[in-house]
Design a protein around this ligand. Structure first.
Ligand code: HEC
Length: 128
């Protein structure tokens, strides 16, 4: 009986590890935690620290930034598009110039931010 419990506990643990590693793969080459730091410093003023654009500042913008937790919308954006709009700003993808460029960031930092944005989506983004 004790062995059975141990086996069940081990399987559960492995399952969680799989889920965690799957989540890591799902958000691409970036590191979510590093992206979070950059996001809070550079993006939260307009997008809100949770990416929901629910702050008064975000709501005062025209057009309003999208809710980054809205998976139905956000998960349709390709990884290339995400990096492009973050790096080159809204005008690079035919969107508002209010969305600024971040061309001083290196490729890894851009991937990190994209990974953080991806991690917000509900349901979670998965590679097709
Ligand atoms: C000065 C305010 C401002 C800042 C700072 C800002 N954004 Fe934006 N962002 C916007 C606005 C406004 C839009 C909506 C543009 C549109 O819909 O035309 C937008 C759009 C976007 C989009 C495109 C979503 C779509 O609808 O296709 C992404 C992704 C995004 N921002 C991510 C970021 C990230 C990541 C950062 C930080 C590196 C950031 N933004 C910083 C205002 C801002």
């Amino acid at each position: 009986m004790r062995y059975l419990l141990k086996a069940v506990a081990t399987c559960g643990f492995l399952g969680i590890m799989l889920l965690v590693s799957d989540r890591h793969v799902a958000v691409g080459a970036g590191t979510v935690e590093l992206g979070n730091k950059l996001y809070q410093a550079r993006c939260a003023a307009c997008h809100g620290s949770d990416g929901k654009a629910a702050t008064p500042t975000a709501q005062a913008l025209t057009p309003k930034p999208r809710d980054h937790t809205d998976g139905a919308y956000m998960n349709q954006l390709t990884p290339e598009y995400l990096v492009k709009v973050i790096k080159n700003g809204g005008t690079a993808v035919g969107k508002s110039p209010i969305m600024p460029a971040n061309s001083d960031l290196n490729d890894q930092q851009l991937e990190d931010i994209a990974a953080f944005v991806r991690s917000l989506a509900v349901p979670l983004y998965s590679v097709k």
